[in-house]
Design a protein around this ligand. Sequence first.
Ligand SMILES: Cc1cc2nc3c(=O)[nH]c(=O)nc-3n(C[C@H](O)[C@H](O)[C@H](O)COP(=O)(O)OP(=O)(O)OC[C@H]3O[C@@H](n4cnc5c(N)ncnc54)[C@H](O)[C@@H]3O)c2cc1C
Length: 263
Amino acid sequence: MSLGMSEPDAGSAATELTTSVTPDGDGWTVNGTKVFSTHSADADVYLVYARFGPGTGGIGSVLIDRDTPGLTVGAAKQYMNGEHWCPLYFDDCRIPADQVLLGPGGFKQQISGFNVERLGNSARSIAVGRYAFDRAKEYVLTRHQFGRPLAEFQGLQWMFADAAVKLESAQLLLERAAATGDRLGLPTGPETAMAKLAANQAGFFAADVAVQAMGATGFCDDSLVEYCFRRTRGWMIAGGSVEILKNRIAEHVFGRRFPSRTT
Ligand SMILES: Cc1cc2nc3c(=O)[nH]c(=O)nc-3n(C[C@H](O)[C@H](O)[C@H](O)COP(=O)(O)OP(=O)(O)OC[C@H]3O[C@@H](n4cnc5c(N)ncnc54)[C@H](O)[C@@H]3O)c2cc1C
């Protein structure tokens, strides 16, 4: 399965999506374009966020099989992290009634469920960052310059200390959000936003430290640390960018909405 939420003109502004679902006899017809759906090249089915009517309340979601007439899967493109995605074109794409997952008004419910995915994203960020951290730690213990192991230079020690604190604190925020999810059924928005922000920043910071500490060895494309750097970078954008997460956290702090749209 691949998720089709983003559109050419609706990225961070996800609720401005225009892909439409209109009644068609005993089924529905879908029209629109989706971009950036990870693994869409290989998916058998697409979970597509689409509009049944105006406003956020008009958004729901449908499931569309790959072989549905009217769906064209465009040429694959590659992200910096090596994953692929294809543009998805829906041109009078007819689906049966039972492939509506959540009808109008379903968006908030869908996003609450998506918070679980965001915690998975957080866990992956921490895990990949920690892997790079561990590889670099081994390296600086064994690599000698100026007659001493690199680990004896304080400039490097502090980089590892900062990365360790970021990784550990992100892990605690993630566990708190997951524990709340266990208790309430789904994780809350503010706890998820804090966990994902901390995890995305910690993972990328740790991978960046690892590349730097390993010098040109870490920067080579046969180094898994280099892969961790590219991989953690994408999670700063995917699934709610760090800026959008900060917006959500600020709204929680001040107890009010700060709409990005001025009109
Ligand atoms: C690795 C990866 C995997 C992805 N997988 C999927 C997927 O499977 N399915 C899917 O539907 N989409 C996917 N996406 C797309 C992702 O959801 C979007 O990239 C994301 O929502 C941002 O949209 P955009 O790229 O259009 O950037 P834009 O929305 O154009 O934003 C550009 C920059 O401006 C910032 N910005 C925008 N608005 C504000 C604001 N109000 N305040 C402060 N800063 C702001 C953003 O944070 C960003 O830094 C993926 C992206 C990546 C990188």
